[in-house]
Every structure is written in structure tokens, then in C-alpha cells.
Design a protein around this ligand. Sequence first.
Ligand code: NAD
Length: 293
Amino acid sequence: MAVIGFIGLGNMGGPMAANLVKAGHQVVGYDLVPAAIEAAKAAGVTIGESPAAIAAAAEVVVTMLPGGKHVLGVYGDIAPVARPGALLIDCSTIDVESARKAHAQAAEHGAASLDAPVSGGVGGAAAGTLTFMAGGEADAFERARPILEAMGKKIVHCGGAGAGQAAKICNNMILGISMIGVCEAFVLAEKLGLSHQALFDVSSTSSGQCWSLTSYCPVPGPVPASPANRDYQPGFAAALMLKDLKLAQEAAQGAGAPTPLGAAAAQLYAMMNAQGEGGTDFSGIIRMLRGEG
Ligand code: NAD
């Protein structure tokens, strides 16, 4: 079992680090927030002095941080002091360009690296059922696989540096667009006097079928576990959906990819956030579409 450094012990990183401890690894963690540190300690994580001190002692360092600037800042501290042959795995959701810079920082100092963002949310992090989408060299991926398997149930190698982030933002752009589409259909059904259950029964077995409908239905009733049944408590908060849609737009502009529906989805989620609903589940956008304030 390895000595694993874990930097960023927040809503996702805390339970992910706890699963590494459960798998028998020695986990040395770090965060800036005392509450995150206390929760990690209670889960069996040892707390290190600084990211650099952790990197100097660990064979593998996992980061789970808010954004690209945090990852590049931490990599600036850990890459120069990482042990020879160390493996750096960044699981944060960040822009593709920063992910590629982080790979370059690692390579400059002889460390192997992987961008490995996740889907599955806080529930998946706690249950150890996350999906990891990884970008980087095949060797780094094979070394990371058993570690990622302790935190997730599906691990996909998507390609070279940044490919994991590319997969993540493409997937979440589909999700944002499809959720708005499903919500619009329910709002139209309501105006036409069609019941939620009738639309669900038809569309869940017809060509309108998609995850936003069948697993995460934005109206209460048809899918009892969906956030609509608990007043749209997340789940996956609208603020995080907006973050991912903005990353997709940035990447699309940089790459010259036409994404008109992605742009419209980003605008609608920006509106929802501006209305103070960033902490609401992203399926709660149906209330904004209905004009409910
Ligand atoms: P969070 O804000 O709960 O956790 C981030 C943690 O990083 C915080 O505890 C913060 O104190 C810490 N941090 C920031 N800068 C640091 C530094 N320099 N050194 C050490 N610690 C530092 O966020 P989260 O929900 O855990 O999300 C983490 C990442 O996972 C984000 O990139 C997010 O987009 C992604 N993500 C989140 C979800 C979700 O449902 N929450 C799902 C998929 C992906």
C-alpha cells in the first residue's frame, strides 16, 4: 500500500481521501479550512505541514481543488520537490489549458501526471462509485488505476494530457443542455394539460429518453430519488453546472467549435445563479423556466 498525499479535503476530496484510507493506504492530507482538516482526521487521514512537505514524502499526490489557478498554484509548490518518479493525479474540474500546464509542470520535474476529473458528485465520492475520466500517458494511467479504483467504479483513459478534462466538460455540456430540454418539455406539457407521469411514461421509453429524464427527472413523482422530490436540494448544484458550462464555452472558443446550445445553456444557468439559486440543484432550473421567482 502506498503513501498518498491528498490536497483539497472539501466536499469531494474529504470522502475520496477517506476511501483511500479504507483501502489500506497511508493518506497524508492538507487543506486550508480547519473544518475540512478535522473531518479528514476523523476519517483516518494524517495531516501534513504543507503541500510541499507532503509531496516530499508521498509516492502519489492527489489534488481535488476548486479551479485551475488553485491547481497551478499547488503544482508550483509540489512539482519541484516531488520524489523521483512520483505520480501527480489532479481530480479537480479545471480548464483544459491549465490541465496541460499542470502536466508540463510535473514533467519538467520528472514526475508522471494525470488529469482525472470525476462525475458522480458528493454521493459518489462517499460511496466510492465515482467515474474517473483520465488524460495522460498510458504508464501513468496504469499506475493510477488501482488508486482510482479505491475511489470509483468506472475508470476511463480518454487520451493524452487534458483529455480527461475535455471529456468532463463535453459530458457536462450534454447534461446541461439535456436538462433544460427536459424541463422545457415538462413546462410545455403542463400548459397543454398533459400530466407529468404521462409525459414520463411516453418519453422514458421513446426517442426523448435521456439521463436527465429517466434518472434525474426534474419534476416530483416519476423518479422518487431525484432532487425534485426534496425541493431541489443538490445533488449537483446550479453553481457547479455553470462552472462546467463556462469551461466548455472557454474551450469551445479556444478550439473554434460551434456550440450554440452550450452557449444558451450557460446563459440560462448564469441567470439562475444571478437569481440567487446557485445552491439549488441544477434540475431546479425548471422553476425559472416556469417563471416562478
Ligand atoms: P470544495 O470547495 O468543497 O473543496 C475544495 C477544497 O480545496 C476546499 O476545502 C478548500 O479549502 C481547498 N483548497 C483550496 N485551495 C487550496 C490550497 N491551496 N491548498 C489546500 N487546499 C485548498 O469543492 P468540491 O465540491 O470538493 O469540488 C472540488 C472539485 O471537484 C472542483 O473542481 C469541482 O468542480 C469538482 N467536482 C465537484 C462535484 C460536486 O458535486 N461537488 C462533482 C464533480 C466534480
